[in-house]
Design a protein around this ligand. Structure first.
Ligand code: NAD
Length: 360
């Protein structure tokens, strides 16, 4: 038996978490679930959106499947999702984007993996608000030491990119490529403009690549990368990106394969990994048994592979693909017409996936 933490989340979280848990159990993967809470609902009860027992469980099991969590507005909390990634040092965000037959999309043959650095860059949270004393001090200092002048009415966000974090994430991308039989890594940057941050990223990427002569390496400037992904996505395999570009390109690639309902993900560190859908808690659909559980189920597939249960992962992925290809027992968003009365609910789509595994 493998211990796995299940964070049920809020909004649509509990419904898709339950659908996913049933699908994973039906693979025979023999998981011992430690079910814990996080999000706005538990905050109303316990006064914190992230109880200590939730963090303790993740630290103990080392692997979690997490349903979406609403970011409380105006209560002084930053995103719980960002908080989890930072406190547990989940430095790699893994987002495979793959076409499945039967999903409405302009593209049919996409098979890309996005590896996004999760800890640095403009998302490090080092920011200075316009008009504050600290900000004025920094602006004064910069204006003394730089030929370019910053206006005193500016706000400032800092973009740190380090050798250590870049080595770690690019190494992760290469190790992942090796493990999964992938052929090529593309490192994405804007080194022509930001020479000391993105330039360093590119230089370190090239150094790390030398240690993996069996895997092809190339780099692309981020704006060109966007165009190439729209025009010739088949040329790319695994992309490794700093935090901000990684965030944007992940959504672009989710769009190539049919949108957020199809986009699984994992946040991975040295000792701990949390798998979750890219989409959020869609509060307006809460409790309606309506939304698509696919992204969280496919995150479960990634989780199964991560804990070494490859056969069970393949079985579940094949069953999801078969149900989507048939197009019968799928949620409203996967039907050609969103008001199609034959659309099924979240739990009925899970039932169809479980039935497929039984008949395979
Ligand atoms: P969202 O992804 O929750 O929903 C946007 C829209 O996408 C929904 O209204 C719905 O139309 C559609 N959608 C999303 N998931 C779907 C699904 N499984 N099936 C069918 N349709 C689906 O984004 P939002 O409304 O911007 O965010 C809601 C909350 O979720 C916010 O508080 C946000 O901070 C949070 N959020 C959490 C995570 C996470 O837990 N990792 C990620 C993103 C957003």
């Amino acid at each position: 038996m493998t211990d796995v933490t299940l964070i049920t989340g809020d909004g649509i979280g509990p419904e898709i978490a339950e659908a996913t848990r049933r699908c994973i159990d039906a693979t025979g993967a023999d998981i011992n679930w430690d079910v814990v809470e996080a999000g706005v609902e538990v905050m109303e009860r316990l006064g914190t959106p992230l109880p200590d027992e939730t963090i303790e469980s993740i630290k103990k099991t080392g692997v979690a499947l997490k349903a979406p969590i609403t970011t409380p507005v105006g209560k002084g909390y930053r995103s719980i999702n960002v908080h989890l990634r930072q406190t547990l040092d989940l430095y790699a965000c893994l987002r495979p984007c793959k076409s499945y037959e039967g999903v409405r999309s302009r593209y049919s043959d996409i098979d890309l993996v996005i590896v996004r650095e999760n800890t640095e860059d403009l998302y490090a949270g080092i920011e200075f608000q316009k008009g504050k004393d600290d900000t004025a001090e920094i602006i004064d200092w910069l204006n003394k030491h730089s030929s370019r002048k910053i206006s005193s009415d500016s706000g400032i966000s800092i973009k740190p990119i380090s050798v250590k974090a870049t080595e770690r994430i690019v190494g992760f991308a290469f190790d992942y490529a090796r493990k999964m039989g992938r052929k090529k890594i593309t490192s994405v940057h804007k080194a022509n403009i930001m020479k000391f941050s993105d330039g360093l990223w590119l230089e370190v990427s090239r150094e790390v690549a030398k240690k993996y002569p069996d895997i092809e390496f190339e780099d692309r400037i981020v704006d060109n990368m966007c165009m190439q992904l729209i025009q010739k996505p088949e040329l790319y395999d695994v992309l490794v990106l700093p935090n901000l570009y990684g965030d944007i390109i992940s959504d672009l690639c989710a769009g190539l394969v049919g949108g957020l309902g199809m986009a699984p993900g994992g946040n991975i560190g040295e000792k701990i990994a949390i798998f979750e859908a890219t989409h959020g808690s869609a509060p307006k659909y809460k409790g309606q048994n309506k939304v698509n559980p696919t992204a969280l189920i496919l995150s479960g597939v990634l989780m199964l592979r991560h804990i070494g249960k490859k056969a069970e992962a393949d079985k579940l992925e094949n069953a999801v693909a078969a149900v989507i290809a048939e197009g019968k027992s799928v949620t409203y968003d996967m039907k050609p017409d969103r008001d199609d009365p034959t659309a099924v609910g979240t739990s009925q789509m899970a039932d169809a996936i479980i039935e497929k595994m039984g008949s395979s």
